[in-house]
Every structure is written in structure tokens, then in C-alpha cells.
Design a binder for this molecule. Structure first.
Ligand code: FDA
Length: 371
């Protein structure tokens, strides 16, 4: 008989939800995380009384009432609505592309005028677009592409838009109403008091060991539990036997200002190529903070190298093929469950990760679990 029923590697949303539900079912869980805090990428650090999103801005949104009720059963969410603005060479535009943006770009006031302007600019590409530039020009035309898409996308991926595959931009939603709400989902907000509250509530009364990397002594950790839930990097789990999966990374520069309100909005996108960061985040606005000071974070996209944080998977043919080889190995495992963004090599929003953790629980425990 082993000491624990489940060893959960990673205390991000996937690991925390799984641990919570398994514990509810009477299973004994141990959660380990190599970082010095729980919560994975939703973790916030308290600086000057402000919850600073350490791993990039996190805004919760979902259309799924079940998931919304689930997270609200742990912590109440506020009414924050994401309405980013774009700064292009000092000009300010509302996002997502909507009637406010079109007025700011061209002085047009009606949907019909905006539609006419966009269709006149759209480049009919014969056949399928072969790169991001062609794709964007065919969807929204020259002005929106040049001022709001080109520089931002090139910085994000570190390559010219002409060298980026068209699939990166599948759709570019255009809204012919004066609505600056970035998401179309029914529910959105930020946990009141920050994301750590959500994680703390999920992991309440569950044993968590921080600063503990599974790979430093995988035999010891594996032998402690009947089952393993792995939410780390899938290629590392298999000692990179087929090669390393590639990512895009980010670097964050946090700055405290002795100022009440620095940029007037939580999220400002810098869309020109010349400014090296893509976004500037003023965290207090996520929670309508009224602290005397403010914390602003600049987000710099970077090349990923082993050892750096893996943020965005590069789901091109090469990496997806590599991943499918690792996935085939996962499918043969009997006592290991793989979940979360790193083990499945895919970008997921928080609500999707929570949904997939709940589905995994349901399948794994086969009983009619009500989660
Ligand atoms: P996550 O990475 O959070 O957790 C994995 C954990 O495993 C980490 O804590 C890690 O330290 C640990 N671990 C890994 N290997 C280990 C090992 N060997 N031993 C021990 N521990 C190990 N979503 C959204 O809905 N709205 C948003 O606004 C955003 N914004 C956003 C911005 C940026 C920049 C990114 C990259 C992502 C987002 N997201 C998002 C997505 C969101 O971050 C994501 O859905 C969840 O955090 C994923 O949770 P996981 O548990 O899968 O991974």
C-alpha cells in the first residue's frame, strides 16, 4: 500500500482542480511543484498591495455556466471587462476592431461606411493565403493590418509577417458596433482578491510541496503514490527521446510607479515593431484598485531556449508530429494521467483547462461524479 493515492505534479489549474476533486472523493493526494509557489501561471505576487500577474495578464472568461459557477463557488469574481487599447506610434485605438476603432482610423460613423472602407482595402488573394500578411490583408485590409496587426504579430513571433504561416491568424473578428468588450463570452471577470484565492481554495487541506522538481528524484516520487497526474512538459517526461518541443517565451519587466494611475487601462498593446514589448499591463485596474502606487509590467516576447519558461507552444507541423510521438507513449501508460497545457502541448485558456481537468476526473473515477 502506497502512502498516497495520487501524486500530482504541478499545482497549476489542472493539477489543483484534479487534486481538489480527487480529495473530495476521499483520495489522498500529494501535490508537488518545482516553483516556490502554487498556482502555476495564474499565480499573482503581491506588490504594494496589488496582485501582479507574474506570468502574463490573466482574464477569466467563459460561455459555460457550469464552469463559471464552479469557479465562483471558490471565490467571487468581479465585473472586470477586458477592453484593451492599442498604441500605434502615439495614436490610440480601441480593440477589438469595432466601430470605435473605425472612427479613430477613418472618421467613419456608421457600419455601412466602415464596411465600405474595409472592403475597398481588402486584397483579394487568389487562392489560399500563404503567409500572415496575405491572410490579414485579405481579411481586414491595409490600414488595420499595418497599424494594428503587423508590428504586434512580428514581435510576438520574432519573424516578418511574410515569413509567418497563414494559420497563425485564422480569423480576425470585426465588429460593426461600438462595443469594446474584447470577449464574446457570457461570463468574465477576475477573482476578487486575486487568483491565489482560487488556488488556495482548491488546494485547501491538501498537502503541497513547493520547490520540488519531480525529475530531481522521479523514482522516489513515483514510488509514493498509486497514480500519477503529470502536468509538466511531456518531452521531459520521456527524457526528450524524440527531441525537444519548441515554444515561444516571454520576459516581463515590472515597474512600481509612485503614481495613482499610470496608463488609464489594464491592457495597452503596442502595435509598432520599433517598440520591443507587445503589451503594457497596469495590474491594479483588473481589480479596480485604489492603492497610492501602481505596478506596470512590460511584456517582451523572446526566443525560447531550454531552461526558459515555456509560454506558447509552436504548433507547426514539425512540433505537432513530435508531440504525436510522445502522445503515443502516454497512451500506453497505466498509472499516469497527463493533463494541462504543457503535457498536451497546446495553448488553452483557463476555463478550458478547468473543463478538461473535470472531464478527466469524471472519466478516471468512472463513478457518477457530480463536479
Ligand atoms: P501551468 O503552467 O499553470 O501549471 C503547470 C505547473 O506544473 C507549474 O506550476 C509548473 O511549475 C509545474 N511543473 C512543471 N514541471 C514540473 C516538474 N518537473 N516538477 C514539479 N512541478 C512541475 N487564459 C485565460 O483564460 N485568460 C487569459 O487572459 C490568459 N492569459 C494568458 C497569458 C499568457 C502569457 C499565457 C502564457 C497564458 C494565458 N492564459 C490565459 C492561459 C492560462 O495560463 C492556462 O490556461 C493555465 O494557466 C494552464 O494551467 P496548467 O495547470 O495547465 O499549467
Amino acid at each position: 500500500q502506497k502512502e498516497y493515492d495520487y501524486l500530482i505534479i504541478g499545482s497549476g489549474l489542472f493539477g489543483a482542480v484534479f487534486a481538489h476533486e480527487a480529495t473530495k472523493l476521499g483520495k489522498k493526494c500529494l501535490v508537488i511543484d518545482k516553483r516556490n509557489h502554487a498556482g502555476g501561471n495564474v499565480y499573482c505576487k503581491n506588490i504594494e498591495g496589488i496582485n501582479v500577474h507574474q506570468y502574463g495578464a490573466h482574464i477569466f472568461h467563459t460561455n459555460d455556466k457550469h464552469i463559471w459557477d464552479y469557479v465562483n463557488s471558490f471565490v467571487e469574481f468581479n465585473r472586470y471587462t477586458n477592453s484593451p487599447i492599442a498604441n500605434y506610434k502615439g495614436e490610440i485605438f480601441n480593440l477589438p476592431f469595432n466601430m470605435n476603432t473605425f472612427y479613430q482610423l477613418w472618421g467613419v460613423r456608421t457600419p455601412a461606411e466602415a464596411k465600405a472602407k474595409i472592403s475597398a482595402q481588402i486584397n483579394a488573394v487568389s487562392g489560399l493565403a500563404t503567409n500572415v500578411e496575405e491572410q490579414a490583408l485579405s481579411l481586414v485590409g491595409k490600414d488595420i493590418y499595418e497599424k494594428l496587426i503587423k508590428g504586434y504579430t512580428e514581435k510576438q513571433w520574432g519573424r516578418s509577417a511574410k515569413d509567418l504561416p497563414a494559420f497563425i491568424i485564422k480569423r480576425l473578428p470585426v465588429r460593426y458596433t461600438y462595443d469594446n468588450n474584447y470577449f464574446n463570452d457570457k461570463y468574465q471577470g477576475i477573482p476578487i482578491g486575486g487568483y491565489n484565492k482560487l488556488i488556495d481554495a482548491l488546494l485547501h487541506n491538501i498537502e503541497v510541496k513547493l520547490d520540488t522538481d519531480f525529475f530531481v528524484d522521479r523514482d522516489k516520487w513515483s514510488s509514493m503514490a498509486e497514480h500519477i497526474v503529470f502536468t509538466g512538459n511531456i518531452d521531459q517526461f520521456y527524457d526528450f527521446r524524440y527531441g525537444k518541443l519548441e515554444y515561444r517565451s516571454l520576459r516581463f519587466e515590472h515597474q512600481v510607479y509612485d503614481e495613482y494611475n499610470h496608463q488609464g487601462n489594464a491592457v495597452v498593446n503596442y502595435t509598432e515593431r520599433e517598440i520591443p514589448y507587445t503589451r503594457s499591463i497596469e495590474h491594479k485596474h483588473f481589480e479596480f484598485g485604489n492603492q497610492d502606487k501602481t505596478v506596470v509590467t512590460k511584456e517582451f516576447p523572446e526566443e525560447w531556449k531550454p531552461g526558459k519558461e515555456a509560454y506558447y507552444p509552436i504548433n507547426d507541423q514539425h512540433n505537432d508530429q513530435l508531440f504525436s510521438q510522445y502522445k503515443a507513449l502516454c497512451e500506453k501508460e497505466e498509472r499516469v494521467i497527463f493533463g494541462g497545457r504543457l503535457a498536451t502541448y497546446k495553448y488553452y485558456d483557463m476555463h478550458q483547462i478547468i473543463a478538461s481537468a473535470l472531464t478527466t476526473v469524471r472519466k478516471h473515477f468512472k463513478e457518477a461524479v457530480q463536479v
